[in-house]
Ligand binder design. Sequence first.
Ligand code: HEM
Length: 645
Amino acid sequence: MFKRKLLGVGLALFVLVLVTARPAQAHPIVVQTDPPDGATLDTAPGQVRLFLNQPVLLDFTTVELVDGDGNRFSPLAIQPDTENGTAPAAGTANQAANLLIKLPSLPPNTYRVAWKTRSEDDFHISAGTIVFGIQRVVNESAPGGPALPSWWDLTLRWLNFGALAGVIGLLGFRLLVLPEEKLLKDAEKSSHRENLAVLQERLNRYARWAGWVALALGLAFFGGQGLADNLSGERWWELLTGTTFGLRWLAGEIILGLLLALLYSGVGRVKSPLYNRSILVLLVALAGTASQNTHAGLPGSSPVLNILADSLHLFAACLWLGGLVAVLLALGQGYKNAQTEGSNLAWLILRRFSKLAALNLFVLAVTGFYKSGQQIASLDGLLTTLYGQTLMVKFQLVLFAALIGLLNALILHPGLRRWLHLDSSRFKIKPRFLKRALLLEIGTLGIVMGFAAFLSGAEPARGPEFSPFNQATTASNASYSAAVNDLIVSFSVKPNRPGRNFVDLNIFNTRRPAPAPFAKVRLMLTSPNGQENLVELPSDGNGHYQLSGDQLQNAGDWQIGVAIERSNLPIAQTSFAWKVLATQETGSRRPVVFSNQPLQPWFNLAAGLILLAGSLFWLIWRLAGKRFLAHPINILITFVAIKRN
Ligand code: HEM
């Protein structure tokens, strides 16, 4: 029955995923700007373009334009960038994937453009700045700090996770853990029936309270988001009905409302399978909608897998934490004798819960590692960002909670103690100890929820500044060779982005002996704006010429002319197109501290290995029987036997 119920949860999740799956969205990230950050322009640009990786809400976008003397200018308009084929789809006039900011006419100076916008999908904030100069040289602006959630956003998210744990955990405990009468000894049935009725009523009552709290917190969260943006009445409505964030929030509140209605109408119906199944489906739907208010997966990753991982993660987290509270309630409700070994009934409840807790930990680890791979770009992302460091602390707290759980499991499962060859006399249960251990586990998981709240509101450690240096793009742009008369000329630039660069020119004479030494080598650099700059290259000897300086100031298409003078020979000339890449195209804006190589494959591998190990363990357990596993060595033998067959 227990397994059938779990299967039911899985089925409900699967249906939820099929109904809600959509292309994966992410925290909105500006992947490129035009002009690029740090550009020096000859003439005033009429507009600034922001290229984003997902739709944002036009009505919730603000732009500040300030010059180097502190004078403020108002942009003429903020509109979708239709020139780049990103016109909003019909019915979504308020959204745009790329933004075009029309500027007033600007005199020569340096300028800073700062924007703040909101994701259409999850209402997360994306903010950033670029600087550019008009006839003034500027340096690329330093990458800003991470966008952190406000204190009230963080608190509401945390409390909300707690309330959801109350609803999902208490009801999940009632539906999945409390044993059916047929599992009990005859002598226990009557006392169990009495205790069970009271306990079920208590669990339902506390779940209703938690439901009200979750409903109120949901309202506060939605209201808070709107108030933070000073919304007028009309825009509230737009936020509610015209955005994925608003519609999903509404769906979550409706599900909570339905659940509450069901709980209030359910007095005396707790034994009805249809009633209980309906509650289970609503719990899964609740976890499904609530888990989507965090960061979704990377663009390009499977939306089905992402929604499944998010929903399972939140469901398992709530079931573990809320279930522990339910165990405490159970111990206080007629099951006190659980604290003296020998009560089959109380023992049954605790053991069933500890199995469910182990399953939750397994699910959390698999989905947690998978989700980490979606949010953490690289080792640098993990070790040097607040998001990555928070995740690592969270992981350690989870390990601590798992250790307490293991200790409880050792107390509750004599088989486990025997298996690990532990002295059973040392694990005699002491009533106070069990309660304290449970409280410690609840407290630790509560803090884990706080860290999760921070993670779900903060900016994840991914984005263009984490992308590894794009060797392919750079290599194809960073060198050029051509035959010019009897010479072979090769030209390269590093780092080939606006600002200070190192130009290398190698000239090789194919004739032997060389007809004449090189006298002068000149470059004509024509910028994307048509400005010409003639420079003479100093020689290093052996046909090698070098130039270092700020000549290549603008990203875009340059024309490079090379003129090589030799005495008594005609000037050898060539000209070619050259692209100076924008900052974001050429490589990481973050200095590499440890490594900027993608970490996602390793996280996925960890998730896969945990999944495989857990499944194998379960399979061997089922196939070989518990007695066979009386010694860890036997697991090894089973592995070898399975491999041989
Ligand atoms: C191996 C252990 C775990 C890892 C690696 C892990 C990792 C993660 C990651 C990467 C996120 C995504 C946050 C975002 O959207 O940016 C997350 C979310 C979350 N985690 Fe964990 N987690 C683990 C265990 C736990 C545990 C034990 C709990 C609580 C009992 C928990 C509760 C949550 C909650 C409530 C969320 C937000 C909702 C969601 O995205 O589903 N996690 N976790």
